[in-house]
Write a protein that binds this ligand. Sequence first.
Ligand code: FE2
Length: 327
Amino acid sequence: MLALGIEGTAHTIGVGIVDDSANILANEVEMYKPEKGGIHPREAANHHAEKVVPLIEKALKAARVGSKDLDLVCFSQGPGLGPCLRTAATAARALSLSLEIPIIGVNHCIAHLEIGVAKTPSRDPVLLYASGGNTQVIAFANGRYRIFGETLDIGVGNMLDKLGREIGIGYYAGPKIERLALEGKKLLELPYSVKGMDMAFSGIMTAALYLKSKGESLEDICYSVQETCFAMLTEVTERAMAHVEKREVLLGGGVVQNKRLRGMVERMAEERGAAMYVPEAKLCIDNGAMIAWTGLVMYRSGIRMTIGDTQIRQRFRTDDVDVTWRR
Ligand code: FE2
């Protein structure tokens, strides 16, 4: 069985093709990069609309299959930016109708977890999903993927991007902040915002900008922001692992490329006698293969959708999904 998946929740449009043994035959992505400022949903959607058909063709070519070989089309149904989600959904519906193959809408956050389980030795992990738009700690419990902790305001990656713009180091600032942080020596005080099991990041950015106005160095600021945010993420992940008694932690999302974050989570896992797993980089970021794979697993478990079931869900919650495929 061959599934094609279309990812389009935010700045990335991706098309992946997988088979039923989780072999990834193609995984093509294009990222929308705003000239200045943050992501504009309609402009990102225009970018996706322009790129999606060429990406489908590129993916079919890379997988060395024809469109007639596809058995299933899957798409990111949510959560995400409305115009972007609609573009991916429209492309998926068009493929489903023209090729007369079934369609499955996939929860984007769950797809990060499912691809990690398929492509690493991890079987029943706590997922730390840290990206621009999302920051959640998720684990399977009582028939659903439950959110054990999440951001109360913005995703940690979004905060790093905004901070990067404000301090003049450009968009997709994560890697630059990571490099600057290596030169930081002084841990500056920032609000450590863990509330119960949830986190907040925007106040950290405000405090960091205040420290910059007081003359603190960019290196110390980046170092302190990383130490504070990543300690928060690690703490919430550890408490979730203790609560659900799981011995695996899986990382997903663009921010987990950061070596300091990985180092902190790895050390926490080691101290608990647990294992950390990280999928390869192109499976951590938003991509079509994770959507294709999750849709395929859902379809195989008996889930069916009509075109009427494929409306996008901007606030699609991880715990809204009845996880029939894990029973
Ligand atoms: Fe994502």
